[in-house]
Write a protein that binds this ligand. Structure first.
Ligand code: FAQ
Length: 330
């Protein structure tokens, strides 16, 4: 619906953008004014936001799969209810984000097609498997923990619809993080087998979670421009460091060991220094060769095909209502 309301074609698709408009735009951004859908914006700003928001939406939707895998096997009714609510929340986040991307003129159908055809990125983290129940604890604690660290600053993003969507998303993510950490507390303080299961999950999820923040700053192609436009408020490495600093004491409380022999507290800087991230693994996952890339896309395609009748029924119903309204108006 937002897409139809936009009149972007004649305002910013011109090859030569008006320098005055561009300067005025940057002034507004610098003054911390929010940019709204019908405001003038540089074509490149629209493009980078559409890219980031749609990747974010896809991540939320694909991100339902690793945890959805455990809904039928949750160890109690309470755990099942919380996990079910969490996975539904992730779906809701995906939908707000597709709606935010639509305000930029991209249709949801087009964005979903890009995902299903393997042309769009989504977060690398969701290409790892959830092998045991402890993985559900680790995903909530670490993946949602990393997501919050990245998304809190996005609540101040210069683009209004994205910033506003992030407020509710972050509130829900903090519930998700707490439910994951509570699972880890229960397991870590449980039997030796439960504690071993929690440690194994931490061992497998730690490094992929550090990769979630994106390539190192020197290799981050979009960071400089996105920072100038106040889409990004902190760099990938800054957020990664904040995450490590926040998470080390939580692991210590659990009595679990982070799988990094180089982890050490730098007294002078007041930060936990961590070892080398395997960026080759990150690149392989982005290239489609992570442990679950093919399964994830296959699952999304199957869901899309099986949902075709819902889309058809909704369209038929909308057409019927429209025809009825036209007859009544005639
Ligand atoms: N995975 O130049 P940069 C969640 C790509 S939501 C895959 O640094 P940028 C909730 C990047 O897109 C998790 N690709 O890019 C949940 C770019 O590719 P392109 C998702 C990655 O945009 C929890 C290229 O590398 N969160 O977890 C990754 O300035 C539990 C160069 O990188 C968001 O999307 C990656 N990890 O910074 C759900 C937050 N990192 O487009 C279910 C919003 C980088 O040129 C269960 N996004 N790339 O082809 C952002 O903040 C930014 O887009 C970054 C990347 C920080 C992810």
């Amino acid at each position: 619906m937002y897409t139809q309301a936009l009149n972007q074609a004649d305002t910013d698709a011109r090859p030569m953008e008006d320098a005055g408009l561009a300067a005025r735009f940057q002034e507004r951004v610098d003054a911390e004014e929010r940019i709204e859908p019908n405001d003038w914006m540089p074509a490149a700003y629209r493009k980078t936001l559409t890219r980031q928001i749609s990747q974010h939406a896809h991540s939320e939707i694909v991100g339902m799969l690793p945890e959805g895998n455990w809904i039928t096997r949750a160890p109690s009714l309470r755990r099942k209810a919380a996990l079910l609510a969490k996975v539904q929340d992730e779906c809701g986040h995906g939908l707000y984000l597709y709606a935010a991307a639509e305000t930029l003129g991209a249709s949801r159908e087009e964005l979903v097609d890009q995902l299903l055809e393997g042309r769009a990125k989504y977060s690398s983290i969701f290409n790892y498997p959830t092998l045991t129940w402890a993985d559900i604890g680790a995903v909530g604690w670490l993946v949602d923990g990393a997501a919050i660290m990245n998304q809190i600053p996005l609540c101040r993003c210069s683009y209004g619809p994205y910033a506003r969507a992030m407020i509710r998303v972050c509130k829900e993510e903090s519930f998700h993080q707490r439910q994951g950490y509570e699972i880890m507390v229960t397991l870590a303080k449980g039997t030796p087998e439960q504690k071993a299961m929690a440690q194994d999950a931490l061992d497998r999820w730690w490094w992929p979670c550090l990769m979630m923040f994106g390539p190192p700053d020197a290799a981050s192609q979009h960071s400089d421009q996105s920072t100038r436009w106040k889409i990004k408020r902190f760099s990938n490495d800054e957020l990664r460091q904040k995450f490590v600093d926040a998470t080390v004491p939580q692991a210590q409380y659990l009595g679990l060991t982070l799988p990094d022999p180089d982890l050490a507290f730098d007294e002078e800087a007041g930060h936990w220094r961590y070892g080398e991230i395997d960026w080759e693994e990150f690149k392989a996952v982005l290239a489609g060769n992570g442990p679950c890339n093919r399964d994830r896309l296959a699952a999304r395609r199957k869901a899309h095909e099986e949902g075709a009748w819902v889309r058809e029924a909704a369209s038929a119903y909308a057409a019927k209502r429209e025809a009825r309204a036209a007859r009544a108006a005639a």
